[in-house]
Design a protein around this ligand. Structure first.
Ligand SMILES: [Zn+2]
Length: 422
C-alpha cells in the first residue's frame, strides 16, 4: 500500500492505537486510553468519536471512579464486521465465519483433498463461504483469510513449491478470491495462523516470544514475536519440517529430499512405519485397525498411545525426541518464552510432551530453557481464529485505516490498497 501523506499520520496512528487498546482490553475508558497511549484528552476524545462514527466503539456501562465522576467504559463493537477464514489440510479443511474479535460464529470441518488443485478447491470454498454468510449481512464482510499447509510468499499470497499441494505452486489465491469477494484477502502458512491464534487466545504479552510447533501429518512452526507473526523476508520463517536431521540418505521425504525431520517424525512417517510394524507382527492394536480399515492413520497411532500399545508409545517417544532435539537448537537460537505443540493426533499426549520437554531442557542452554514454558496448545487444532486476528489487526493498522476509514468500511476501497505490507 502506498504511504499516505505525512500530515495524516498522527490522526490514523492515534485512531489505530485507540482501537487496538480497547479491542485488546488494555484500556476501557477515555482516561485509561490517555494514560496508556500517552495521548492528550482532546486527541483521545476526537479519535473515540471517529471510531464511534465507524461503528467500531460504543459507550457501555459506567467504569470505576477515581474520585470524580466515574468514566463510561468503551466497548469494541466486534459485531461490526465479519471475517471468512479457511484453513486447508492435506485431506480436510476448516471453514469459519468470525466477528472482529476472532470469535467463531459458525464453522465447518469437511473432508477435502487439497491435491484436487486450486480451481476445484477454491470453487468449493466459495460455496462454503456463501453458506456461512447466509442470514448475515454480506456488506459487513471485512476480509477473507486462507491458511495452507505449505510455504507462502506472503507479499503476493501465492504458495511457493508446496510439497503436498500439487498444482498450487505460484497460484494467485489472493487475486482469485479478491475478484470473487471484493474484500482484502490474506494467504498464510497454517502454522503461522496457529501461532497467532494461540498468542491471542492466551493473551500473550507484546514483549513475549512464542514458537508454535505444528506436528500433525507434516511438521511446521510459526513464530510470534513482539505481538506479530515473524515471517522473515519472504514468508519462509518457521518451516522446520524439511530441516535435515539424518545424515544418511535412507529415508525419503515428500519433498523429494532425504533425512528431513518430517520424514522421520511427522504423522505420515509414523503411519508409514506403523504399516511396517503391522507386517512384522509388532502391534496387535494396529493390526486390528489395519485389518478393519486397510490403513493406519496418525490418529490411529494417537489412539494406540492412549490404549498403551507399546509400539505406538515407543514410536511417539522417538518422534518427540527427534522434534525436541531440533527445537533445543531453535530455543538456543531464538530464546522464546513459550514453546507450544499442537495440530496433531499425538502432540497432546503425556508421552509426547514429557519426552519433548526432557529433550529440550537437557540440550538447550540453561539461560534459554530457564523459565521456558513447554506445553500443548490451548487454542485448538485449527488456525481459523489466528486467521481472523491477522486480517482484523491488519485492517486496524494506521496505514489501512488511512486508506479505508474515510470511506467508512474496508469494502469501500479496492482490496489491493489494503493487503500489501500487512
Ligand atoms: Zn522434506
Amino acid at each position: 500500500m502506498s504511504r499516505r501523506p505525512p500530515t495524516a499520520i498522527d490522526q490514523y496512528e492515534a485512531l489505530s492505537t485507540v482501537l487496538r487498546l480497547v479491542r485488546g482490553d488494555r484500556a476501557r475508558t477515555r482516561p485509561e486510553l490517555g494514560a496508556t497511549a500517552l495521548l492528550g484528552r482532546t486527541v483521545i476524545s476526537q479519535r473515540v468519536e471517529e471510531a464511534m462514527g465507524l461503528g467500531l466503539l460504543e459507550d457501555a456501562d459506567i467504569g470505576p471512579s477515581n474520585g470524580g465522576r466515574a468514566p463510561r467504559r468503551l466497548r469494541f463493537r466486534a459485531e461490526q464486521g465479519l471475517v471468512l477464514c479457511a484453513v486447508l489440510g492435506a485431506a480436510a479443511l476448516d471453514v469459519a465465519v468470525t466477528d472482529l474479535d476472532g470469535r467463531v460464529l459458525d464453522r465447518r470441518h469437511l473432508e477435502w483433498r487439497i491435491a484436487r488443485g486450486p480451481e476445484q478447491t477454491l470453487d468449493f470454498l466459495d460455496e462454503q463461504f456463501t453458506g456461512l454468510l447466509e442470514d448475515r449481512d454480506p456488506e459487513r464482510l471485512w476480509a477473507v483469510v486462507i491458511g495452507v499447509p505449505g510455504p507462502v510468499e506472503f507479499a503476493t499470497g501465492r504458495p511457493s513449491q508446496p510439497p503436498i499441494m500439487p498444482g498450487w505452486d505460484g497460484y494467485d489465491i489472493r487475486g482469485r478470491l479478491q475478484r470473487r469477494w471484493g474484500v482484502p484477502v490474506w494467504v498464510d502458512n497454517d502454522a503461522n495462523l496457529l501461532a497467532l491464534g494461540e498468542a491471542r487466545t492466551t493473551g500473550l504479552a507484546d514483549d513475549q516470544h512464542l514458537i508454535f510447533v505444528k506436528a500433525g501429518t507434516g511438521i511446521g512452526a510459526g513464530i510470534v514475536s513482539r505481538g506479530r507473526i515473524h515471517r522473515g523476508s519472504k514468508g519462509a520463517a518457521g518451516d522446520i519440517g524439511h530441516a535435515r536431521v539424518q545424515e544418511d540418505n535412507s529415508t525419503m521425504c515428500r519433498c523429494g529430499r532425504t533425512g528431513c525431520l518430517e520424514a522421520l517424525a511427522g504423522g505420515w512417517a509414523l503411519a508409514r512405519d506403523a504399516v511396517g510394524a503391522v507386517h512384522e507382527g509388532r502391534s496387535r492394536f494396529l493390526a486390528d485397525i489395519h485389518r478393519a480399515t486397510g490403513e493406519i492413520t496418525p490418529a490411529d497411532i494417537g489412539r494406540g498411545v492412549v490404549a498403551g500399545d507399546a509400539w505406538c508409545l515407543t514410536a511417539v517417544a522417538r518422534a518427540a525426541e527427534r522434534i525436541g532435539s531440533l527445537m533445543a537448537a531453535l530455543v538456543n537460537f531464538y530464546d522464546p518464552d513459550c514453546l507450544v505443540f499442537g495440530g496433531g493426533a499425538v502432540t497432546g499426549s503425556d508421552t509426547f510432551l514429557r519426552v519433548v520437554d526432557h529433550t529440550v531442557r537437557s540440550r538447550a542452554l540453561p539461560l534459554a530453557s530457564e523459565g521456558l514454558t513447554i506445553r500443548s496448545s490451548v487454542a485448538g487444532d485449527t488456525g481459523v481464529v489466528g486467521g481472523a486476528h491477522l486480517a482484523v489487526e491488519a485492517l486496524l493498522s494506521a496505514d489501512a485505516l488511512a486508506a479505508w476509514a474515510p470511506g467508512g468500511s474496508p469494502s469501500a476501497v479496492a482490496p489491493e490498497r489494503l493487503v500489501a505490507g500487512a
